[in-house]
Design a protein. Structure first.
Length: 230
């Protein structure tokens, strides 16, 4: 709940309203951030006592998101790797937690792509994370994870600086993500898909619908595309 409050405040309450207002909002942001970190630590301690590895991994992923918001990408990468490690079997006879491993790889892909935007990332690692995320996601029935994994690959392939830059293939992965969003009725991913569609259009992706229309403006709002796919 605290993380939701943090995201809402950061997304909608930071517009300057005068010196006093800015200070008040900054203080409120800091309060919510402190509470989020505290609650994550408490939750992680409970999961540790229960030896609930997916729960512990989720705490690391949530903490990684906070670091991303604070532009602390190296710290975010460390947390995402800790989450991934918790999805790997520790005893003979155990199986991989594909869901946790896939979520971690999706987040690692995002982190590496953000590093690539500042010319200190590794494009090949981002693509590897996306590929592994897709493989892991396809072994589950979770539409949300599948959608995010395909979105991760689409985003990675639309990196103009990468040697494997391929906006046409990126659009194909985008459409796979749309199919999973429709299948799972995942309305909460619509905004992310819309942002991705705009990135692909800017990257020169060939965006054709079922009727063969190729005007990118027809897909500037991906919700129209989603409705046609239903």
């Amino acid at each position: 709940m605290i993380l939701k409050e943090v995201n809402e405040l950061k997304g909608s309450g930071m517009a300057p309203q005068g010196p006093g207002r800015i200070l008040t909002e900054a203080e409120e942001w800091e309060r919510l951030l402190t509470n989020a970190k505290k609650h994550l630590a408490e939750g992680e301690a409970i999961y540790c006592d229960l030896d609930h590895r997916r729960g512990m991994g989720t705490c690391h992923l949530r903490r990684a998101f906070i670091h991303i918001d604070l532009e602390e990408l190296d710290a975010a990468e460390e947390e995402a790797q800790k989450a991934y490690d918790l999805g790997v079997p520790v005893q003979e006879g155990e199986t991989n937690d594909r869901f946790l491993l896939g979520r971690a790889r999706v987040l690692q892909c995002r982190i590496e792509n953000e590093k690539c935007d500042t010319d200190r990332g590794r494009p090949e690692w981002a693509r590897q994370c996306a590929a592994e995320a897709i493989e892991l996601a396809e072994a589950t029935q979770n539409c949300g994870l599948r959608a995010r994994a395909h979105m991760a690959m689409a985003f990675t392939l639309s990196n103009r600086k990468a040697p494997f830059y391929d906006p046409k293939k990126a659009w194909l992965y985008y459409k796979k993500a749309v199919d999973q969003v429709n299948k799972g009725r995942l309305a909460f991913l619509h905004e992310d898909l819309e942002s991705l569609a705009e990135r692909l259009i800017a990257a020169g992706a060939e965006v054709a619908d079922e009727e063969g229309r190729r005007d990118p403006r027809q897909h500037a709002n991906q919700r129209k595309y989603i409705r046609r796919r239903r």
